[in-house]
Design a protein around this ligand. Structure first.
Ligand SMILES: Cc1cc2nc3c(=O)[nH]c(=O)nc-3n(C[C@H](O)[C@H](O)[C@H](O)COP(=O)(O)O)c2cc1C
Ligand code: SF4
Ligand code: SF4
Length: 356
């Protein structure tokens, strides 16, 4: 049987921090509904292992999710690892949303890195047949790093992406294959070392770049809505654990706009952790010439890495704990707000618009 023309059901699993990946999934579902398929849209963050639905032969399965640090979000990778094997060699597509921007009239794409390659490989290893492999460049939501895009830019990026996603859906649903993402394969492979560094290290450090200021009224929304339960209330203030995946949901949806990235504090702590601390330890060892340290270049390199990764990380985590304890003082709050870029009015928040 030519399976691709016999779809009766479309099942899309999605993960989304600020709504982009969900919106892309909804566009695909719209097209499938027009064709009379039974459709289901399932949020990975709310699913338990036991609620993964049984697959039938005529089911097309899709995965939609954002790109985080040139990779798929850890929550998605964990979900895929426990996803059942396909008995019927079901057709599957992966669609990652990336950081689309617009410079003057030119739309600029994001970079996937391993965000498509890894999910595609996991699914193949589970017996699925890959029929769709495509990124969609919706607006960037990484507002710790840059302000949210202007409404007019967001609108035009959405209008373009809706057209592209619907074209993709029509092709996939009519049994064709779309491997548009393969065009980016050389750059994706080149960037993969950074993706691995982000996955195994960077994301834990970024989890310590959120604070709730005095504007927080302890409504608890961020704690309730975090897809990975990374926030808890400590000393009457939200506290971010290293489980945070920087999906940006909390920061963009806080009704009081109380969540900030303390840029000056973060820069100072990173400078101490990665420059001052390793430099000081090297200086001490050099001065004492422990185990002939002064003459041994390999020792220098090993101690530098150790200081940066182990001691530097411990320092960053410790400094964050201290900062959180100091947040009860009004002048600390004021200083952090004053030295944070995210606190400026023009540093917009981002979330997928309801209507475009
Ligand atoms: C922590 C973080 C890392 C990101 N890394 C990348 C990246 O490596 N490449 C990229 O193109 N976009 C990257 N983005 C942008 C998002 O993938 C993009 O805005 C996506 O559409 C957001 O989807 P969502 O609204 O469903 O969460 C990153 C965003 C965040 C918050
Ligand atoms: S959503 Fe905002 S106001 Fe509510 S608890 Fe979280 S930080 Fe505070
Ligand atoms: S703490 Fe905030 S940014 Fe981190 S995973 Fe939860 S909602 Fe996303």
């Amino acid at each position: 049987m030519k399976k691709s023309f016999a779809y009766k059901r479309l099942l899309i699993y999605y993960f989304s921090g600020t709504g982009n990946a969900k919106r892309a999934a909804e566009w695909i579902v719209d097209e499938a509904n027009k064709k009379g398929l039974k459709t289901q849209l399932l949020n990975i963050a709310k699913l338990q292992k036991e609620s993964i639905l049984p697959l039938t032969e005529s089911t097309l399965i899709g995965f939609c999710y954002p790109t985080h640090g040139f990779n798929a979000p850890p929550i998605l990778l964990r979900f895929l690892m426990q996803f059942p094997q396909s008995k019927f060699r079901n057709n599957v597509f992966v669609l990652n949303t990336r950081a689309g921007m617009k410079m003057s009239k030119i739309f600029t794409p994001g970079i996937s890195g391993l965000a498509q390659i890894l999910p595609a490989l996991i699914l193949r290893s589970k017996g699925f047949r890959l029929v769709g492999y495509r990124p969609i460049d919706l607006p960037s939501n990484w507002i710790s790093v840059h302000p949210g895009l202007k409404e007019s830019v967001v609108k035009s990026i959405f209008a373009r992406c809706e057209r592209i996603t619907k074209r993709f859906s029509k092709r996939i649903l009519s049994g064709k294959k779309v491997y548009r993402g393969l065009f980016d394969l050389p750059i994706d492979i080149l960037i993969s070392p950074i993706a691995l560094a982000y996955y195994f290290y960077g994301r834990f450090i970024l989890s310590k770049t959120f604070i709730a200021t005095n504007a927080c009224d302890q409504c608890g929304l961020c704690i309730r809505d975090c897809p990975v339960n990374a926030i808890s209330m400590v000393n009457e203030k939200p506290y971010w654990s290293y489980n945070c995946e920087s999906c940006m949901h909390c920061m963009n949806y806080c009704p009081q706009r109380a969540i900030e990235t303390p840029h000056a504090f973060t820069a100072l702590v990173w400078w101490i952790a990665y420059t001052v601390l390793p430099g000081f330890i090297l200086y001490l060892l050099h001065k004492q010439n422990v185990f002939g340290f002064a003459e041994n270049e390999n020792w220098h390199i090993a101690i530098r890495y150790f200081s940066e990764i182990v001691l530097g990380t411990a320092f960053i985590f410790g400094a964050y704990k201290l900062l959180h304890a100091l947040l009860k003082y009004s002048f600390v709050n004021k200083l952090l707000v004053f030295t944070s870029l995210t606190s400026f009015k023009w540093w917009r928040r981002y979330r997928t618009p309801d209507k475009v």
